[in-house]
Every structure is written in C-alpha cells, then in structure tokens.
Design a protein around this ligand. Structure first.
Ligand SMILES: Cc1cc2nc3c(=O)[nH]c(=O)nc-3n(C[C@H](O)[C@H](O)[C@H](O)COP(=O)(O)O)c2cc1C
Length: 122
C-alpha cells in the first residue's frame, strides 16, 4: 500500500483497492499511458496471478479523485452490501461486471473521501 500510494501520487493515479479473502479488485484512474505502465508493473508482480482487466474505458471525470489508492478490506457478512450491487455472496471478479465493481467501490468509499483511507466493511 505504501509503494502503491507513493507511486500513484507521483503518477497522478487515483483509485480503489477492494479485498476479501482471495481476490483483489482494483480501480485505477489516470492518463492512459501511466495506467498502462502501472498495470505492466502489477502484472509482473510475483505476489499475485490471474491478473485480468475487467473493463477499460475513458471517463469524463475521476470517481476517486481524492484517493491515491483507497483500500477496503471486506470482512464478515457483506450480503446486504453485495445485494445492493447485484453481487453474489462473495467478492468474485469473475462473476462481476466492471460497473458493479465501480459501484461497490464507490459505495465503500462513501462521501468522506480521504487521500488515503482504510475502510473496513463489517
Ligand atoms: C494487489 C496489488 C495492487 C497494486 N497496486 C499498485 C498500484 O496501484 N500502483 C503501484 O504503483 N503499484 C501497485 N502494486 C505494486 C506493484 O505490483 C509493484 O510492486 C510496485 O509498483 C513496484 O514499485 P517500486 O518499483 O516503486 O517498488 C500493487 C500490488 C498488488 C499486489
């Protein structure tokens, strides 16, 4: 998280990182070239595998403008939260659309965004 926040602040990349027990879902916003080079670094990072792009699209404005990399660790029962976003019982990107991932991250980020916040959904 420290390296990510530092690099992303330097590169003008904002976004959110969601995690439960197995999968990370990450949203990255920024210039196309810097997003691409960050993605290349992430993809060659040996700490994870099966890195897949769920969706890539141009946006008019940033949705996570104050977060260099906000982290939400999902613990416990999140069925109500997931149900609101039409997601099954687990955070599984293989079963989700990019839009659902963004909606969920926005929900977790809430309104009081910090430059770097840790949100824990109970
Ligand atoms: C789940 C996950 C998400 C990551 N997200 C980012 C990110 O958003 N930005 C970033 O620079 N590095 C991210 N990293 C770290 C990169 O894989 C890599 O370790 C790092 O960019 C190397 O930076 P350094 O050369 O400054 O040490 C992430 C790693 C993991 C495991």
């Amino acid at each position: 998280m420290d390296a990510s926040s530092r690099n992303n602040e330097r590169d003008g990349i904002t976004g959110a990182l969601l995690f439960d027990t197995l999968w990370f879902i990450q949203i990255l916003e920024g210039e196309r070239e810097t997003i691409s080079s960050t993605l290349r670094r992430i993809m060659t990072d040996q700490r994870h595998d099966m890195v897949t792009v769920m969706e890539a699209r141009p946006v008019r404005e940033r949705l996570f403008g104050n977060w260099w990399m906000g982290l939400a660790i999902l613990r416990g029962d999140n069925s109500a939260l997931f149900e609101r976003h039409g997601i099954g019982s687990r955070l599984d990107p293989r079963q989700m659309t990019g839009e659902q991932a963004v909606g969920l991250a926005r929900d977790l980020a809430g309104t009081g965004l910090n430059r770097r916040a840790i949100a824990t959904a109970a």
